[in-house]
Design a protein around this ligand. Structure first.
Ligand code: FES
Length: 118
């Protein structure tokens, strides 16, 4: 399993104001969505075979938690009506959802997952 490269500035200890510690990489299982609350927001974190992604934990069709859905090939599927969202871009890949889900930048540093929340 590979992880995104460390950001040397951040790894050196420079604080980046909006990066929030979300979880440990070891807390995540490949292709198993993980829902959590960060700064009052519901976030769905997904470890794929090559990268970690974070999206708003709500389907844009019916506000169902995407963390209760299934992941396949960098897409997460809402269990209620089957809309799939691209984890890289948030794009809705099939109806009934037509609106993209918000994505959040992710960094993995020293086994810790950080998510940029504004
Ligand atoms: S609530 Fe998610 S596709 Fe309808």
């Amino acid at each position: 399993m590979s992880t995104p490269p460390d950001d040397p500035q951040t790894a050196a200890g420079y604080a980046v104001p909006h990066w929030i510690e979300a979880c440990q990489l070891d807390d995540l299982t490949v292709d198993q969505p993980h829902g959590l609350r960060l700064s009052g927001r519901s976030i769905c974190v997904v470890l794929t075979p090559g990268e970690v992604f974070a999206v708003h934990d709500a389907c844009t069709h019916g506000a169902i938690p995407l963390s209760e859905g299934e992941v396949d090939h960098c897409a997460i599927e809402c269990w209620l009506h089957g809309s799939r969202f691209d984890l890289r871009t948030g794009e809705a890949l099939n109806p009934p959802a037509t609106e993209a889900v918000r994505t959040f930048p992710v960094q993995v540093i020293g086994g810790t997952v950080y998510i940029e929340i504004d």
